[in-house]
Design a protein around this ligand. Structure first.
Ligand code: PHE
Length: 330
């Protein structure tokens, strides 16, 4: 008896406990043997011994049930421990998401102009000839249309080649004054290290009464904006041509890689072209029926900004969705 109580108490797992239970209660178990001995006892002894044996049986049952509960709880605890997540544990996988560098750059651009009280306007990606070209002083057969390789649909519609049609749509919808930017995707038939068929531009347009908007105003805001984006850089305005602005300029910043000394990125010139701009051509105002107004406009490529800010050598890599690139912008 004592020996078996000890065995039950020392059982290490449920399997061992079951073996002990069979050794006690089984057909050939110790209790069966003891009960069998009853036959050999005298009629006076029998009830006494039988009563004792039954008490022992109940006692063993209780001891085994108690031990089983204990062992089952142990198993459960071990299982729970196995499934436990240690949130403080170091993980070699760091899957935190981040904004795509183009979106991040676009957000910074928008943030600046919104802080300068520009509204955000949008327009359709599938445009018509009037908004994308005609109203922007690019009549049919104008040689400047060759500047942009256009995706045309069969029904004379096209994928907008720049965000400038949103200038036209906004002026058609609203009376002056206008103070807007228009961020969005544009499309051109181009594909190489620095060109993809789809990219993003931000257009800017400011219109007010005649004589109230000057080239100096344009220079001020663009220079302030470029310092906001690129920090301490030199800025120069180079005469250029756009059909929808007159006079027009392209804006360069001193090369942020070589600090103007000349390197591969700036083609040894020391300058990087980052913006197109100018005073809105009177023909554009005429196309939307605006009278007695003056204004400036500008346009920039978001990917170009992102590439310069993050030193990304190949524009195409921005659109491949390769996590090895994207993971670098967390
Ligand atoms: N639309 C021009 C382009 O796509 C950029 C631009 C916009 C230039 C507004 C001047 C004024 O190249």
């Amino acid at each position: 008896m004592e020996e078996w109580i000890k065995k039950i108490a020392e059982a290490l797992d449920l399997e061992e406990l079951e073996k002990i239970r069979i050794a006690i209660f089984g057909k050939k178990g110790i209790l069966a043997k003891e009960f069998a001995k009853l036959k050999t006892l005298s009629n006076e002894e029998k009830p006494k011994v039988a009563k004792e044996l039954n008490e022992v049986k109940i006692k063993f049952n209780e001891l085994i049930a108690k031990k089983r509960d204990e062992l089952e709880k142990k198993v459960l605890d071990e299982e729970l421990k196995k499934d436990e997540i240690d949130v403080s544990l170091f993980s070699p996988y760091n899957n935190k998401g981040a904004l795509h560098p183009v979106q991040d750059t676009l957000d910074r651009i928008i943030e600046y102009f919104v802080s300068m009280n520009f509204s955000i306007e949008t327009g359709p990606l599938v445009e018509d000839d009037f908004h994308n070209f005609e109203a922007l002083n690019l009549p049919k057969y104008h040689p400047a249309r060759d500047m942009q390789d256009t995706f045309y649909f069969k029904d004379e519609k096209l994928l907008r080649t720049h965000t400038s049609p949103v200038q036209i749509r906004t002026m058609q919808k609203h009376k002056p004054p206008i103070r807007m930017i228009s961020p969005g995707a544009v499309f051109r038939r181009d594909f190489d290290l620095t060109h993809t068929p789809m990219f993003h531009q931000v257009e800017g347009l400011l219109v007010d009464k005649k004589g109230e908007v000057s080239f100096a105003n344009l220079k001020y805001i663009l220079s302030d904006f470029l310092h906001h984006m690129f920090g301490e850089v030199d800025i120069r305005y180079r005469p250029s041509f756009f059909p929808f602005t007159e006079p027009s300029a392209e804006v360069d910043i001193s090369c942020i890689f070589c600090k103007g000394k000349g390197c591969r990125v700036c083609s040894q010139t020391g300058w990087l072209e980052v913006l197109g701009c100018g005073m809105v051509d009177p023909n554009v105002f005429e196309a939307v029926g605006y009278k007695e107004v003056s204004g400036y406009a500008f346009g920039l490529g978001v990917e170009r900004f992102a590439m310069l800010i993050h030193k990304i050598p190949d524009l195409r890599s921005l659109f491949e969705g390769d996590l090895r690139l994207l993971e670098q912008f967390r």
